[in-house]
Write a protein of this length. Structure first.
Length: 149
């Protein structure tokens, strides 16, 4: 996603989009905030994008705006990116950062999971299955065998 956003930002056609609607939820746990845009293209056609999802922290700053600076690339999975600056940072740069950070966190979680699995498998190879270690018969005093009345 970060690559798609970046390629649309760098290779897309600059245009001015008319803001149709801006939706910002008041609940931060429901982060489906979006804008609907209509972009008049240089060739005379009009591109309409309904519900373009944006990060929750960005959408309130877009309320009240009638137009936004965008870049458009036909045929891309991210055909429209908002290049309007909010606090001197373009919206698309914030989206690229968020996508990159999410990718790094996913990679870190996968790496940590892989390390844990490797250590678990090494433990099984060295010491055997912990469920079968050192037990010859069931323990009659085990708490799971006691009857509570």
């Amino acid at each position: 996603m970060a690559y798609d956003l970046h390629s649309t930002k760098t290779q897309g056609t600059t245009a001015t989009a008319e803001v149709q609607t801006v939706h910002a939820s008041n609940r931060t746990q429901v982060t489906y905030d979006y804008v609907s845009l209509r972009v008049p293209m240089p060739d005379g056609s009009t591109l309409t994008r309904e519900r373009l999802s944006l990060p929750h922290g960005i959408v309130p700053a877009l309320k009240g705006r009638e137009t936004l600076q965008v870049r458009v690339m036909s045929g891309g999975s991210r055909s429209i990116v908002v290049t309007e600056a909010i606090n001197s940072t373009p919206v698309v740069d914030t989206q690229i950062r968020i996508a990159g950070i999410n990718g790094l966190m996913s990679f870190g979680a996968a790496l940590l999971f892989g390390i844990v699995i490797w250590f678990w498998n090494r433990s099984l190879r060295r010491d055997g299955d912990p469920a079968e270690r050192g037990l010859t018969e069931a323990d009659p005093n085990h708490p799971a065998r006691q009857v509570v009345r």
